[in-house]
Design a protein around this ligand. Structure first.
Ligand code: ATP
Length: 299
């Protein structure tokens, strides 16, 4: 049957602002429209249009930009099962000799549930992190034993076989889309591909706001800290690096308190600890973005 998955509808209580994702509204909308809209179509529309649900989504872009975050939130939004997350190299090295079986096992729960419940089964999400590490172009992957090729073939045969199953979505993630085997990008496989960029200035501002929310609520963010200024000063930072910057600023603030206090004073002192602008400036001298510096410098 091609009736939309009964459980895979947007949770009525779902709010985009609550997702804790900064600066990826456009990407999220694009992912939703291209990969998930069909899951909330009214009954019969899928058949009428003669289309199938997307079963593979590729998210690509620099490290630490929120690819995993977005994949998980999509699952929450669609009321999916807790995603299974597999790391590319893990499949190959940890379970030598049984790599193909590992791939088959990833699909097993979804298959079993589909057999039992049909379209009433919930959506099962399988996430492949570092997809490029095993799914590079043929000939250039693996250790020459052919294990990697077998794993690719196993995954492709699984994905090609899920036509009858409405309840599986495979999300691949990579920093190197250019390395991915073209065979994986065909229709029916990772057919929807969305780039997740480094955040721009408004995006960074949103991320700073999300990541300092608790501090602002409990008064530990200094009044002299201006988030718009931090966003302007953190060009080329990924979301993960912004998180690192805030941690670094906090530890500068902490260290200062510890230096001035005696052991007995510290506890009381820390209760009033405030992370101030100078801690952020200090942190900005230490924490540098790893990616994209060259591109933006050339502009
Ligand atoms: P990788 O390619 O290294 O696997 P990724 O793109 O999957 O990275 P995540 O694991 O999603 O990155 O992000 C790492 C952490 O950085 C997240 O746990 C999150 O706290 C923070 N982060 C990254 N991007 C964002 C964002 N756009 N909004 C909010 N938080 C973010």
């Amino acid at each position: 049957s091609t009736r939309p998955n009964a459980d895979a509808i947007i949770r009525p209580d779902f709010k985009f602002e609550d997702m804790g994702i900064g600066g990826l509204d456009k990407e999220f909308t694009s992912i939703f429209r291209r990969a998930f809209a069909s899951r909330i179509f009214p009954p019969g529309l899928i058949e009428k249009l003669g289309i199938q649900h997307v079963k593979g989504l590729l998210l690509y872009g620099p490290p630490g930009t929120g690819k995993t975050l977005i994949a998980r939130k999509i699952g929450t939004m669609l009321n999916a099962k807790e995603p299974k997350i597999v790391n590319g190299p893990e499949i190959l090295s940890k379970y030598v000799g049984s790599s193909e079986e590992n791939i088959r096992n990833l699909f097993k729960d979804a298959e079993t549930e589909y057999k039992a419940k049909g379209d009433a089964s919930s959506l099962h999400i399988i996430i492949f992190d570092e997809l490029d590490s095993i799914f590079k172009q043929r000939g250039s992957r693996g250790d020459g034993t052919g294990v990697a090729d077998n794993v690719v073939n196993q995954l492709l045969s699984k994905m090609d076989g899920v036509d009858q199953l409405n309840n599986i979505l495979v999300i691949g993630m990579t920093n190197r889309r250019d390395l991915i085997d073209e065979a994986l990008l065909r229709p029916g496989r990772f057919e929807v591909q969305v780039e997740i960029h480094l955040p721009d200035e408004p995006g960074r501002k949103q991320i700073f706001e999300i990541k300092t929310k608790k501090m602002r609520e409990n008064g530990s963010l200094g009044r002299d800290v201006n988030i718009a200024e931090l966003a302007a000063m953190s060009k080329n930072f990924s979301g993960a690096e912004i998180e690192g910057l805030i941690k670094s600023a906090s530890s500068f603030a902490l260290n200062q308190h510890i230096k001035v206090g005696t052991v007995g004073d510290i506890a009381g002192d820390l209760a009033n600890m405030v992370v101030s602008r100078s801690d952020f400036i200090h942190a900005l001298e230490e924490v540098k973005p790893a990616f994209g510096v060259h591109e933006e410098d050339l502009q």
